[in-house]
Design a protein around this ligand. Structure first.
Ligand code: HEC
Length: 130
């Protein structure tokens, strides 16, 4: 859950988002973009939904790396996450399988090797992953 800490201020992982400034992210993988019926999304994300975009692991990885490049004009005021390991951890949380800690971690985690950083350190790491 630690990877999700910086997101928690704005997002919940349950269907009851409460009073968060962002949409709830329950069951996100496989869900249409802008899929929280209770949330008023930006025109950019609503256009993506109308186009039929769905959250896959790949799309999510790109979104977290640079949301503005993917959906120009979107409203998420969270900085890009350049660290691939951090994104891979987030994908596990969002997929609801972080407890499994699979050594292969899915294809995306393979890009994450070689970062000697302690991912348990506090706060997101926005440095380039090298
Ligand atoms: C400052 C508040 C804020 C923070 C922090 C934040 N988000 Fe968001 N997020 C938003 C808002 C607002 C939107 C809706 C954007 C829009 O409508 O354009 C959003 C949208 C999203 C979406 C698209 C949801 C959908 O239903 O299509 C995802 C995925 C997402 N955020 C993931 C994250 C993750 C992962 C983090 C942590 C790294 C994070 N967010 C941090 C505010 C935030």
């Amino acid at each position: 859950m630690q990877a999700f800490e910086p997101c928690q201020a704005c997002h919940a992982l349950t269907r009851d988002a409460g009073q968060k400034p962002g949409p709830q992210l329950a069951g996100l993988i496989g869900r249409p973009v802008a899929g929280d019926p209770a949330f008023d999304y930006s025109p950019a994300l609503r256009a993506a939904r109308d186009k039929g975009d769905v959250w896959t692991r790949e799309r999510l990885d790109l979104f977290l790396a640079d949301a503005e490049a993917m959906y120009p004009g979107q409203w998420m005021g969270s900085p890009p996450i350049r660290n691939a390991k951090h994104r891979a951890d987030l994908l596990c949380v969002l997929e609801g399988r972080e407890a499994l800690h699979r050594p292969d971690g899915g294809s995306l985690a393979q890009h994450a090797t070689g970062s000697g950083r302690d991912v348990r350190s506090r706060g997101p790491d926005y440095s380039t992953s090298r």
